[in-house]
Design a protein around this ligand. Structure first.
Ligand code: DQA
Length: 147
């Protein structure tokens, strides 16, 4: 099973962003832990981060037929990125929305997600563990399918 891990704007700055909200790990450290978990679970994982909505869309389009699942932290695009939402929808790749912080306990504008209705579910507030939880979900799905 092949899974895309996609991070949107400003997530390349993890480690330098407010650690009370986003923790202290860098994106590279988070991706390393996702890689190890992927190996453990027998999943192939591929990573992409961009600060540009169009680049995220290009990447999703280029990989649409290749992947079985997508774990997406769209950063602030979560709240207004309609072109990104369309790309997720068009790709038909089963997607899990992940946020490090609990977007529902922060500013009002973060409570709205324009991608949530396109996703299997949303994991928010568990820090970088959220990515691993999403990976576990796909691994369990795969396991059930193979039985
Ligand atoms: C975020 C939450 C968003 O509201 C914010 O714009 C981010 C990160 C999170 O992981 O908690 O950049 O997606």
């Amino acid at each position: 099973m092949k899974i895309l891990i996609i991070n949107g704007p400003n997530l390349n700055f993890l480690g330098r962003r407010d650690s009370n909200i986003y923790g202290t790990l860098t994106l590279e450290e988070i991706n390393n832990s996702i890689s190890s978990k992927g190996d453990e679970l027998g999943l192939f994982v591929n990573f992409f981060q961009s600060n540009h909505e169009g680049d995220l869309i290009d990447f999703i389009q280029q990989n649409t037929d290749e992947y079985d699942g997508m774990i997406m932290n769209a950063g602030a695009l979560t709240h207004y990125g309609l072109s990104l939402a369309d790309a997720i929808s068009d790709s038909k790749i089963p997607t899990i929305e992940v946020h490090l912080s609990n977007i529902h306990s922060r500013e009002e504008f973060r409570r709205r997600s324009v991608i949530a209705h396109l996703c299997i579910g949303q994991i928010a507030g568990f820090g970088s563990n959220g990515y691993l939880m999403a990976l576990n979900y796909f691994a369990n799905l795969n396991h059930r399918k193979m039985k």
